[in-house]
Design a protein around this ligand. Sequence first.
Ligand code: B3K
Ligand code: ZN
Length: 879
Amino acid sequence: MRDSQPSTIYLSDYRAPDYLVDKTELTFDLDPQATLVKARLKIRRNPAVARAGESLPPLWLDGVDLELLSIAEDGELLPAQRYQEGSGGLSLNVEKPEFELEVQTRIAPESNTSLEGLYLSNGMYCTQCEAEGFRKITFYPDRPDVMSVFTTTIVAPASFPVLLSNGNKVDSGTTDDGRLRITWEDPFAKPSYLFALVAGDLQYVEDTFTTCSGRDVKLQLFTEARNIGKCAHAMTSLKHSMRWDEEVYGREYDLDIFMIVAVDHFNMGAMENKGLNIFNSACVLASPETATDAAFQRIESIVAHEYFHNWSGNRVTCRDWFQLSLKEGFTVFRDAEFSADMNSRAVKRIEDVTLLRTAQFAEDAGPMSHPVRPDSYMEISNFYTLTVYEKGAEVVRMIHTILGAEAFRRGSDLYFERHDGCAVTCEDFVVAMEDANGADLKQFRRWYSQAGTPVLKVTDTYDPKAARYTLTIQQHTPDTPGQNDKQPLHIPVTVGLLGENGAPLTLDESGVLEMVLHLTESTQNFHFDGIKERPLPSLLRGFSAPVKLHYGYSTEQLQFLMQHDTDPFNRWDACQRLALNTLYTLQYQYREDGAMQVPEGLIQGFATVLDNASLDPALVAKMLALPSAQEMAEHGESVDAAAIVAARDFAKASIAGALKSRFLSCYQQLDQRKPYQPSADDIAQRSLKNTCLAYLCVDGDRDGLALAKAQFERDENMTDVAAALGALVEYAPQGDAVEYLESFYQQWQQDTQVVETWFGLQSSSASFGTLERVNALMKHPAFELKNPNKVRAVIGGFAMRNFSQFHHEDGSGYQFLAEQVIALDKLNPQIASRLVTPLTRWKRYRAPEAGQIHAALQHINESGELSRDLYEVVSKSLS
Ligand code: B3K
Ligand code: ZN
C-alpha cells in the first residue's frame, strides 16, 4: 500500500496557462543510457490571464525521471535560488514577461520500460508522449493548451541512419566526430503530446498522394528490414483515408510528407504525432500469409483513425485531458464511418455494438464508471477508455442522427474553421453543431456529463378503430459511483413498423418507412396514425443510441424480425436476443437439475438464416455467432461462470448437431481456392466458411476435424490457417493439438506478429489454455514481459478471452492475474492497470467467485507501493 494517496485532479479546477511557449527548439544527442536533451524555449506571459501591474507568477515546468544538467535564461545560467525542483517538475521564479529559457537534461531511454517518453524498442529509439510522456523527455509545460512551433535536431551514431521527427526535414550533415545530424521543422503549432522522434536502422516504402488542391504529398512507411514486405496494405489504407477525408469532410492534408513507423514495443495501437505517426507493428504490418482478415481490417481502421486525427485532434486539439473525447469520440466516429464505407456497413456496426455491449456497458456499470467527459481523475492514462472512445463516438453519431448528414457536415465545417490551431472543449464542438444549424442540443449535452447506460422500456398499444398505434417509451439511467438521480436524456430512437406479411408500413402521410423518435421525457408516447393492422415494431434501428432496450418480443416475433426486418442490424439483433434468451433458459436448467434442452425456435431460426441465400455471408456469420460468455456475464446479475460456460457449450453442441449437414454444404460451397484478397466480399465468405468449420468441429467431430486439418495443411492464407488451427486446438485430441501448434511455430518462429497469434490461440482456448499451459507459455523463449503485445496475447488472452479457464472454480486464475499485475506494475504501469480490469468486476459474481476475485485485488493492494495508474483502479474497485 502507498504511504500517501495520489491526488485527484478536477475539471472544475481548470485554469488557462500562465505562460505560453511560442517556439520550442530541441536537440537530442542520442545514447542508450545518457541521452542529452537541450530545450530552448521562447516563453511569454499569457496575455489572456495577465493583469496590468501584476507581479509575475512562477512558471511551472513538468518533469519526471529527468536529470537536470543546467538551466539558463537569455543565455545566463540561473542561480539555484531562482528555481525549485520538486516531485513532478520544476518551479521557476519569473522576472520578465518574455524570455528564452535553455534547459539541459539527461535521460536513459534503455532503462525506460514504461514505454512513455523516449525509449528503445529492438534497438530503435522511439517516443510516446500522449498524454503526459513529454515530461519524461525534458522540463516543459506539458499540457495540451500550450501549443508551440517545434524544431528538432537529432544527433546519432551512423548506425542509426534514419532520424525522424515532426514536420519537414530542413537540414542534415555530420558532426566533427562523424555522427549524423538531422533537423526537422514543424510549421504547425502543436502541444507537446504530439511530439515524436524516431531513430534506427530502418527501411521504408514510399508512395505519393495528390491532394484535392493538386499538392503532392510524400508517403513513407518505415520498418525493420525483415518486415518491409508487409507494408502494402497500410499504404493503400492510408491513401483511401486521405481521399475519404477530402470527400466526406472536406479535409485536405497539410504537410508535404506523412510518415508512419512500425514499432514492436508499444502500449496501444498507434499514435497520431503530427506528420510522424508511430504504430504498434501489429496494427500496421500485414501480408496474406501472416495476417488474418481481422488484422487487415484493424489496420485499415487504425491507419484511418490516426490519419483523421490530423484534423480532429492535431489542427484542433483538446484544451485539457477531460476533453479527450473531443478528439477520440469524434475520430472513432469518423473511422467507423470510413470502415463502413470501405466494407460491409452492417457488419462494422455489429462489431462496434458488440464491443460496446460487452465491454463499455460493463465499464459503465463498474467501479471506474465515468462520463464521456470525466469530472476527475488520478491518472489520465486510465481514462483512455471505451467510454471516452466508443461511447464518445456514439454521442457524436447521435448528433449526426439528430441533425442529419448535411447539417452535421455544416457543423463540422464550422468547428474546423472556427477552432483551427486552437485547443478547445467538447462544449465548443456542440456549440459549432448548434450554430451552424440553428439547432438546440441543450438537453443532449447531458450525454457528456452523465455516466451509466440508460435503460429503455418500451410497451405498445394498438387501436384498430382509430387505426392508431402507440409506442410508450420510458427511460432511466442507473446511479453510478458519485452520480445519483440522473436527468432524462435526449435519445434518438430510430424505428420502423412491420406489417403482418413482413412488409414495412408507412409511418405518416409523407410515406416514410423509418423515422427518428426524439425521446426527451422520462416517459413519452409516440402515436402513429393510419396504421391499418397491428404492427411489429423494429426499435432502435442501427443501434441509434447506446442504451439497453427492453420490449417483450416473443420467440416468434424475433424469428419474424430475423427474416423480414429491412434493417440488417436489427435482423442480427433479433437473432442475438433469441440466442441470449435461449442461453438464459439453459443456464437456469443447468442450475436446476442439469438437464438442458435447446428450444426448437433457435435451431429453426439459425436454419432459416443459413438457408437465406440473399443475405451477406458476413452478416450470416455474425448471426450464427452466439453471444460471448463475457457478454452474458455483463447482462446478468450474480454471475455464475460455470453455468454460463455450460449453457454456451450445450447450445453450441446442439446447434452443431442439428444443422451439421447445412454447415457442411455451406462450408463446401464457400471453400473456393482463389488468391487472397482482403476485399469485403472475400472476407465475408471466409468468415462464414470458418464459422461453419468451427461448428463442424464441435465436440471433436471427426469429419469436421479432418476438414480443419486439411485447411490447416493447405496453408493458403493466415485467416484460414488460424481459423483451422483454432478449431484444432479447441477440439482435437490434445496430443494432436500440440503437434499442430509445434509445426506452426517451427514455420513462423521468426515472425513476431504470427508468434503473437500463436500465443493468443493457446491462452484463449477454453479446452487447451489451462493455467498450467499459460504458465508454460510465459517461460517460452519468445515471451517477453516487457513487450505489451506478448503480455496481451498470453496474459490478456487468458484473463480476458478465456472465460472458462480464468474463472476456474479453484480461483487460481485470479491469483495468477494478481501476481502478473504486480510484476508488470514495476515495469509498465499502463499495461498493469489495463490488465487488472477483469478483477474489477468482482461485485457482479456470485458468492465464491466474488470473494476470490476480491481477495486477489486485496493482494495487489497490499503488495507494496503501487503506481498511480494501478492504485487508482484497485482502490476504486475495492471501495
Ligand atoms: N491518441 C492515442 C492514444 C494515446 C494513449 C496514451 N495513453 C491513439 C489514438 O487514440 O489515436
Ligand atoms: Zn485516437
